[in-house]
Design a protein around this ligand. Structure first.
Ligand code: PMP
Ligand code: GLU
Length: 391
């Protein structure tokens, strides 16, 4: 973007590459091309019927009007209860929970609510593509910490401490991680929490992949570690991944009261409430039988194990076993191409869509999402192997 018509702050931004690759792949498929898409992290499964039925019932029952800006009370109470029972985080007041238009919106509003122009926000790389751009949108500055493959792409407390400056306002943690699949242990989070507390750095904890953990790993919410750390943390989650509800656009934020109130104010002047009947679907999702979640995790785990064994057998690349989410970040440095160049070649010549690592702050890699069928995974990896052998 380069135009006098656009604000300087916005002209610097790049569009979301994850969404761009996915729509390019969809367009090619619509035009009849045989593309294997490992693009956006979007579950291939449909939203469970009981959730759809609750939304239809709400529509038919006339739940078609504005709701409270931060969401209907029963949904906020259900989230409050879920955070207590599943995550061990106790919020006294349901108004500390705000329901937003997708966890992407939750992240943006949380950053907007807390960061002034000039503030620094620490983001461990590889990172989800939208964080640095959101930080720039509010006039704050991303401070990128390069994590190491030998640390399973996790930020160490020493790296966090070294990144602190007088201007540090926030740190963004994302466990399980997109794009690396890294999952922080309780001990690792405790060590990071100690650093955050030492300088009162606000923690934005994006936990959208919390249910997608493998190898008996456990997801831990950093806000559950102590009251002190809870009072410095914004916990973000959503319905897109676990309930296959990407198109519904529902996420949520749980925060200390002053931040929750600020988010409510922002939302009341911008989007207002999330679509009324979609909120009733989300309520049913939380209150309903969660049995399908286990089946879904088993399905992803089966794909993950298949991909791991295939990728480990391909020469010219390196791969670390991901323990969460539904991505592989494949190190393609031996191939020697920039990630954009590599992704373009892979798509145009081999009909495989994957996201270049540059989108995640790691230009020597490419991200494969395995939220797609095993048939596509098999065919796509055959083609990827052919591509790697030719380099
Ligand atoms: N956080 C992370 C780490 C993600 O990968 C995504 C992508 N879906 C989101 C937040 C946003 O999800 P949504 O807006 O669909 O709730
Ligand atoms: N978060 C998903 C991804 O990383 C969906 C695309 C997006 O929201 O950017 O692919």
């Amino acid at each position: 973007m380069d135009s006098d018509l656009v604000a300087a702050n916005i002209a610097k931004l790049s569009p979301s590459i994850t969404l761009a690759i996915t729509s390019q792949a969809k367009k090619m498929i619509d035009e009849g091309e045989d593309v294997c898409s490992f693009g956006a992290g979007e579950p291939d499964l449909d939203t469970p019927d009981f959730i759809k039925e609750a939304a239809i019932e709400a529509l038919q029952g006339g739940k078609t009007k504005y709701t409270a800006s931060s969401g209907i009370l029963p949904l906020r109470e259900a989230i409050q209860e879920k955070l207590l029972l599943e995550n061990g985080i106790e919020y006294e007041d349901p108004t500390q929970i705000s329901v937003n238009c997708g966890a992407k919106h939750s992240c943006y509003q949380a950053i907007l609510a807390c960061c002034d122009p000039g503030d620094e926000v620490i983001i461990p790389a590889p990172y989800w593509t939208s964080y640095p751009e959101m930080v720039r949108m509010v006039g704050a500055e991303p401070y990128i910490v390069e994590t190491k493959a030998e640390n399973q792409w996790k930020m160490t407390p020493e790296e966090f401490e070294d990144a602190l400056s007088g201007r540090t306002r926030m740190v963004i943690l994302n466990s399980p991680n997109n794009p690396t699949g890294a999952v922080y242990s309780k001990e690792e989070l405790e060590a990071l929490a100690e650093v955050a507390l030492s300088e009162d750095v606000i923690i934005l904890s994006d936990e959208i992949y919390e249910k997608l953990v493998y190898n008996e790993k456990k997801h831990v919410s950093i806000a559950s570690l102590s009251e002190e750390i809870r009072d410095l943390t914004i916990t973000i989650n959503g319905f897109s991944k676990v309930y296959s509800m990407t198109g519904w656009r529902i996420g949520y934020t749980a925060a200390p009261k002053p931040i929750a109130d600020a988010i409510d104010t922002i939302q009341s002047h911008t989007t207002s409430n999330v679509t009324s009947f979609a909120q009733y679907g989300a309520l049913a999702a939380l209150r309903g039988d969660q049995a399908f979640v286990q089946d879904m995790v088993e399905e992803y785990d089966m794909r993950r194990q298949y991909m791991l064994s295939r990728l480990q057998g391909i020469r010219n690349i390196k791969v670390i076993e991901p323990e969460g989410a539904f991505y592989f970040l494949v190190d393609t440095s031996p191939i020697g191409l920039s990630s954009t160049n590599l992704a373009e070649k892979l798509l145009s010549r081999y009909k495989v869509a994957a996201v270049p690592g540059v989108a995640f702050g790691h230009d020597k890699s490419i991200r494969f999402s395995y939220a797609t069928s095993l048939d596509i995974i098999k065919k796509g990896l055959d083609r990827f192997e052919e591509f790697c052998l030719s380099h």
